[in-house]
Write a protein that binds this ligand. Structure first.
Ligand SMILES: [Zn+2]
Length: 528
C-alpha cells in the first residue's frame, strides 16, 4: 500500500508513506518508490490516498459474546409504540427460528410512547404465540416478557417478588409481563443455555462489528469453557478475523481449579490465545459496590463490597500463576486496587514467576502511592477511557474532590511508569476505539462537554493514547515483539483511518472514518 501517512511508532523510522506485506507479516516500510519496487505480478496494490496507517488497534478489555448477543437481538431503541415493537417481534418469529429459540432484544422506552405506561405481555404474546419473547428496557433495569417467557420462568400470580425486584401485576394480581430489577433474573435464568452454534454466531457477529470499527484484536475479559470451545471451532474454520486474547472467567463463586487445570495456549491458528485468568475484587462505582478506604460521600456508612474476598483472590492468583496463567483482577475502588496490589504481591512472593505482568482491570479510583507500588510489581493498568466520560457527571459526587483527583487517572498511571492498556469494556461502553482515543486526549464526551475537559490534568497526549491501544495492549498480552509497531517482521496488523489524527482538532477524533482493518495480512474490513 502506498500514498499514505504511516505512523509507525518505530523509533528507527517514525514516518513513512508505504508498507509492503508478505504473508502475515510486514515485509518493508518506506517511501512509495521503494515499496512499489517490491511489488510482484500478484501483489495487490492499495492506494491509501493520504489515509493514516496505524499499528493495529486493540481493545484490551471487552466482552465479545455479550456484544454479539446484543447485536444479534432486536434493537428497539427509539421505537414509538408497543405495536411497532410487536411488529418487529412478529417479523423475527416469521423467520426460521431454531426450535427452542427465544426472541430477545432491548432498547425499548415506554416514555417515548403515547401514554408512557408500561406495556402488558399481550402484544408480544400475540406477535409470537408459543415462542418466548424477552426484551430489556433501554436502561437494563426492566424486562418485558410475553406469556411463553413467563411460563418458561414459571412466573404466576403465586410467585413472590424476589429481594430487590418487583413483578408488575394487574389489579387482579396477575403478572403483566414487566419485571423490574432483580425480578428480571427469574426470566433470564430460565433461558436455555445457548448452543455451540448460537455462541459461534454471536462471536461472529461481534467480530464483524469490531473489525468495522478498526480493531485488529480484542482481549475477552472472562470466558467460560463453552465459549473457549466455540472460539476454537471458529479458529479451526478460519472464521476468526481478529486476534483474540482470552481470560478465563474466574470471577464467580465457583472454583477455578477446573479452568486452570487446562493448559494455556498461545496463537492457536494464528488467532487465539488463552493465558490469563480474570478475577474480581469489588463492584462498580455506579452502584456503590467499588471498595473505598472511606465512606462514599453520598452514602455515609457505605464503603462498597468485596465481590471476592482478598484472601480468596490471593488463593486463586496463586493457582493461576502455578499453571502458567497471567492474573487480571478487576479493581475499581481505591481500597480495591490497594488490596489487589497487596494480594498479588504476596502471591508472586510465594510463587515467583518470570515476567508475570499482572493486570489490574479498570483502576477507576486510585491513590497515587498504590500506582507506584503496582509499578514495582510489574503490573499493567488496563483502563477504559470512555468510562471517564460516561461517569464524569456523578463520579465525583461519590468520592468528593480530594479522592476525585484519582478518578480515571491514566496520567498518574503513566507518570508512575505503569504500562497502560486501553479498552472500552464493551458492551458497557461503545466499542469504537476512536471513541476511547478521543476521551483519552480530551476528557470530554462526544458533545464536547465539559469545556476544557473533566480533570484535564489527566489527559494523555495523542501518541500516548494510541500506544495504549497498540503497544500497551500488546504488552498486556505478551505480544509486544509481534504487534504495536509498523516495522518489518511485525504481524501485518494495521488500522487505516480516513484522516490523520495528528492534524485534525482532537474534538473530531471520534468521528474519523475507518478505511480498512488488516490482520495478519488479511483485509478484514474493506472500505478503501
Ligand atoms: Zn468488563
Amino acid at each position: 500500500m502506498v500514498g499514505g501517512a504511516v505512523w509507525t511508532f518505530d523509533p528507527a523510522r517514525p514516518d513513512a508513506t508505504a508498507v509492503a506485506i508478505d504473508g502475515d507479516r510486514i515485509a518493508a516500510v518506506g517511501d512509495d518508490a521503494a515499496i512499489q519496487a517490491l511489488a510482484g505480478p500478484r501483489t495487490r496494490r492499495i492506494d491509501l490516498d493520504g489515509a493514516l496507517v496505524l499499528p493495529g488497534l486493540v481493545d484490551a478489555h471487552g466482552h465479545v459474546r455479550c456484544l454479539g448477543e446484543r447485536l444479534a437481538g432486536l434493537d428497539l431503541r427509539g421505537l414509538a409504540s408497543p405495536e411497532e415493537i410487536a411488529a418487529r417481534v412478529r417479523a423475527r418469529a416469521a423467520g426460521n427460528l431454531p426450535a427452542g429459540a427465544w426472541i430477545t432484544g432491548g432498547g425499548w422506552d415506554q416514555n417515548l410512547w403515547p401514554g408512557a405506561a408500561y406495556p402488558g405481555h399481550a402484544p408480544l404474546t400475540a406477535a409470537a404465540p408459543g415462542v418466548p419473547v424477552y426484551l430489556r428496557r433501554v436502561d437494563g433495569h426492566a424486562g418485558w416478557a410475553n406469556r411463553a417467557a413467563l411460563d418458561a420462568a414459571a412466573i404466576t400470580r403465586a410467585t413472590a417478588d424476589p429481594p430487590g425486584g418487583r413483578i408488575e401485576r394487574d389489579r387482579h394480581g396477575e403478572p403483566t409481563g414487566i419485571l423490574i430489577d432483580n425480578a428480571m433474573s427469574l426470566v433470564e435464568t430460565a433461558r436455555p443455555r445457548p448452543t455451540r452454534a448460537l455462541l459461534k454466531e454471536w462471536i461472529g457477529v461481534a467480530m464483524r462489528r469490531l473489525a468495522a470499527v478498526g480493531l485488529t484484536g480484542v482481549h475477552d475479559a472472562g470466558v467460560p469453557p463453552e465459549e473457549v470451545a466455540a472460539y476454537r471451532e471458529l479458529a479451526d474454520e478460519g472464521a476468526l478475523p481478529l486476534r483474540v486474547y482470552l481470560m478465563w472467567d474466574g470471577t464467580g463463586p465457583g472454583p477455578i481449579e477446573p479452568l486452570v487445570a487446562r493448559d494455556p495456549f498461545v496463537q492457536y491458528r494464528g488467532r487465539l490465545t488463552l493465558r490469563a485468568v480474570k478475577l474480581m475484587v469489588d463492584g462498580a462505582m455506579g452502584s456503590r459496590g467499588a471498595v473505598l478506604f472511606d465512606d462514599y460521600l453520598d452514602a455515609p456508612g457505605q464503603r462498597g463490597l468485596f465481590v471476592t474476598d482478598p484472601g480468596e483472590i490471593g488463593r486463586r492468583a496463586t493457582l493461576a500463576l502455578r499453571r502458567g496463567y497471567q492474573v487480571a483482577v478487576h479493581a475499581i475502588g481505591d481500597r480495591g486496587v490497594a488490596e489487589v496490589v497487596d494480594t498479588v504481591a504476596r502471591a508472586l512472593a510465594a510463587t515467583p514467576v518470570d515476567d508475570p505482568r499482572p493486570r489490574i482491570e479498570h483502576v477507576q479510583c486510585v491513590r497515587r502511592e498504590d500506582l507506584a507500588r503496582a509499578r514495582r510489581l510489574g503490573a499493567v493498568a488496563s483502563m477504559q477511557p470512555t468510562h471517564a466520560t460516561s461517569d464524569m457527571r456523578w463520579a465525583e459526587e461519590r468520592v468528593g474532590s480530594e479522592r476525585g483527583r484519582g478518578l480515571y487517572a491514566w496520567r498518574w498511571a503513566a507518570e508512575a511508569g505503569l504500562p497502560l492498556a486501553a479498552g472500552s469494556d464493551f458492551p458497557v461502553d461503545p466499542e469504537p476505539p476512536l471513541f476511547g482515543l478521543h476521551a483519552a486526549v480530551t476528557r470530554q464526551d462526544r458533545a464536547d462537554s465539559p469545556a476544557g475537559g473533566w480533570h484535564p490534568e489527566q489527559r494523555l497526549a495523542l501518541d500516548e493514547a494510541v500506544r495504549a491501544y497498540t503497544a500497551g495492549a500488546a504488552y498486556a498480552a505478551f505480544e509486544e515483539k509481534d504487534k504495536g509497531r509498523v516495522t518489518p517482521g511485525a504481524w501485518a496488523d494495521l488500522t487505516i483511518l480516513a484522516e490523520d489524527l495528528r492534524t485534525i482538532p482532537p474534538r473530531r477524533i471520534h468521528a474519523v472514518a475507518v478505511r480498512g482493518t488488516i490482520v495478519g495480512g488479511r483485509i478484514i474490513h474493506d472500505a478503501f
